[in-house]
Design a protein around this ligand. Structure first.
Ligand SMILES: [Zn+2]
Length: 252
C-alpha cells in the first residue's frame, strides 16, 4: 500500500512543542521510522499519566487528538508528569493501514515476548513505571458514535463522566453490544472482570500489559471515523480533560 501521509509532519509538530516543557526523545528506529516519546516532569512526587496514540495506522484521529492536546498547552493546568507515545505505528499511519510492516496488529502482541518491534519497544519504555491512569486513543471504522473502554477493578470509576463530557462534542454510540463487547448502553464498555478472565485471553492488547504491570486504571477512547477529523480530535481531548479532572483532580 502506498503512502497517504508523511510522518515527517508529525515529527515537525513534535519538535515545535516548547522545549523547556517537553523532552522529546527517540527510543529507536523501526522500519526506518524514528520512534518518539515525550516526557514532561513537573515534580518527582506528582503522579504520571500515560497517553498513547496511533497503534492502529488507519485511525488518524487518534494521533491528531494526541498532537492537538500537546499543542493546546492545556496540560499545564494539572500538576502531573506525562509520558506520551504519540504515534506507535508510523509505518501504518503513513499508509493508512491498521497493521505494521509485518502485517501484525501491534495491539495483539502484548501477552508474551513477540517479534513485533513496536510492542517490544513499548514494553521496554514502560517497564518499572507506574501511571495514575493510561489513556489509549483509537478510532472505530464501523461505529455510529463515540464509546469508551474503562478497565478497573473497583470504584471510583470515571467512564460515565467522560462519555457525558464527550457527548457535547460528538454523538455517543448507544448500542448494547459494540465490537463484540457488552456495553452499559451509554457508550461505555467496562471491564471490571476478574484478573483470571483477562488472563485467559490469548492475544493481549497493550491495555492488558499496562494493567498487569503499570496501572490500575485503563481508559480507551474510540471515536467514530465518519465524522470530521477536527471533531474526532476534539472528542479525544475532551476525554483526556475529563479524566484529568476526575482522577488527577487538583489544578495548578
Ligand atoms: Zn484501534
Amino acid at each position: 500500500m502506498g503512502r497517504v501521509r508523511d510522518y515527517s509532519e508529525i515529527v515537525q509538530r513534535l519538535r515545535a512543542l516548547p522545549r523547556r516543557e517537553w523532552h522529546l526523545q527517540q527510543a529507536g528506529k523501526i522500519w526506518g521510522y524514528p520512534f518518539f516519546y515525550l516526557r514532561r516532569r513537573m515534580d518527582g512526587h506528582a503522579p504520571t499519566i500515560l497517553l498513547t496514540a496511533g497503534i492502529h495506522g488507519e485511525e488518524p484521529g487518534s494521533v491528531e487528538g494526541a498532537l492537538r492536546w500537546l499543542e493546546s498547552g492545556e496540560w499545564a493546568k494539572w500538576e502531573v508528569n506525562w509520558f506520551v507515545l504519540p504515534c506507535i505505528n508510523p509505518y501504518g499511519w503513513e499508509r493508512n493501514q491498521r497493521r505494521n510492516a509485518q502485517r501484525r496488529d501491534i495491539n495483539r502482541q502484548f501477552r508474551n515476548v513477540s517479534d513485533c518491534p513496536e510492542a517490544e519497544l513499548v514494553k521496554r519504555l514502560v517497564k518499572d513505571r507506574r501511571f495514575l491512569f493510561t489513556l489509549d486513543l483509537h478510532e472505530d471504522v464501523d461505529a455510529t458514535g463515540y464509546y469508551l473502554y474503562e478497565l478497573r477493578q473497583e470504584p471510583p470509576f470515571v467512564g460515565e463522566r467522560i462519555v457525558k463530557a464527550v457527548s457535547r462534542v460528538i454523538p455517543i454510540n448507544h448500542e448494547k453490544v459494540i465490537d463484540g463487547s457488552q456495553t452499559t448502553g451509554l457508550g461505555l464498555i467496562r471491564r471490571a472482570s476478574s484478573v483470571e478472565t483477562l488472563k485467559r485471553r490469548r492475544r493481549w492488547p497493550m491495555a492488558y500489559h499496562l494493567f498487569f504491570n503499570c496501572t490500575g486504571h485503563i481508559l480507551g477512547s474510540e471515536t467514530p471515523i465518519h465524522f470530521p477529523l477536527e471533531q474526532r480530535a476534539t472528542a479525544h481531548r475532551a476525554a483526556l480533560r475529563t479524566a484529568l479532572q476526575a482522577i488527577a483532580g487538583r489544578r495548578r
